[in-house]
Write a protein that binds this ligand. Structure first.
Ligand SMILES: CC(C)(COP(=O)(O)OP(=O)(O)OC[C@H]1O[C@@H](n2cnc3c(N)ncnc32)[C@H](O)[C@@H]1OP(=O)(O)O)[C@@H](O)C(=O)NCCC(=O)NCCS
Length: 193
């Protein structure tokens, strides 16, 4: 049975591996990534699908403005393990994310994705024609969903990241880890010699 729950820190490695499989290395060059990098996702809106203890799906939502001062969320990336596709897991993740976002009082969700897929959840390009992403994007794939009436009416301008900044890794800690691993590798080489 597949369970949808909030992501935990222990899920990060499995989530990243899943995204690598689903999108490949190009995932870091996507314009959407410019709205996510260095930011924390919206509270309670990082979800994973789990089956027999394994992460088989992931979705996260991020704080943005859709034009000046118009609060919204950005959905993505969404990915399901190729071995588990067409079982409704992607839909369950999106529907749960939408329900949680609505419950938390968010006003609208935007995303870059395939309209034939996201249309089933109510996403359309009807109100996104005057919005821009901070880089290359395919206009017909910029979709929106209003969680509150007219939340995207008249939306115009740049979609910009507004999420809290993610803590930067401590350089001293990174140096210490690097030195430690080099020392261990040196010891292993000496023992093997
Ligand atoms: C897109 C994705 C998340 C769907 O996950 P899933 O768990 O297989 O989705 P569901 O089982 O809920 O839905 C399957 C349905 O969506 C359809 N579908 C899947 N991807 C689609 C797409 N890009 N465009 C249109 N329809 C799509 C399937 O054909 C199937 O249709 P059916 O219900 O008529 O049989 C998954 O295929 C994936 O991880 N893809 C790679 C990453 C990606 O492209 N993500 C963003 C999508 S724009």
């Amino acid at each position: 049975m597949v369970t949808i729950r909030e992501e935990k820190i222990a899920d990060v490695a499995a989530r990243e591996a899943l995204l690598d499989i689903a999108y490949g290395a190009s995932r870091f060059t996507k314009t959407c990534e410019r709205l996510r990098e260095g930011r924390l996702p919206a509270d309670g809106l990082s979800l994973v699908a789990v089956e027999r203890g394994r992460i088989v799906g992931t979705v996260r939502l991020w704080h943005v403005t859709a034009g000046p001062e118009r609060l919204a969320l950005l959905l993505g990336p969404l990915a399901v393990d190729p071995a588990h596709r067409n079982r409704g897991i992607g839909s369950a993740l999106v529907r749960r994310a939408i329900a949680r976002a609505r419950l938390a009082g968010h006003r609208a969700i935007v995303l870059i994705g395939d309209a034939p897929y996201y249309g089933r959840f109510g996403f359309t390009a009807a109100a996104t024609g005057e919005l821009w992403m901070p880089g290359h994007f395919e206009r017909e794939r910029l979709l929106g969903l209003e969680l509150k009436a007219d939340a995207l009416a008249g939306a115009r301008g740049l979609i910009a990241a507004t999420g809290a900044l993610a803590p930067k890794p401590d350089l001293a800690v990174l140096v210490a880890i690097d030195r430690h691993s080099r020392k261990r590798a040196g010891t292993r080489r000496a023992l093997a010699a």
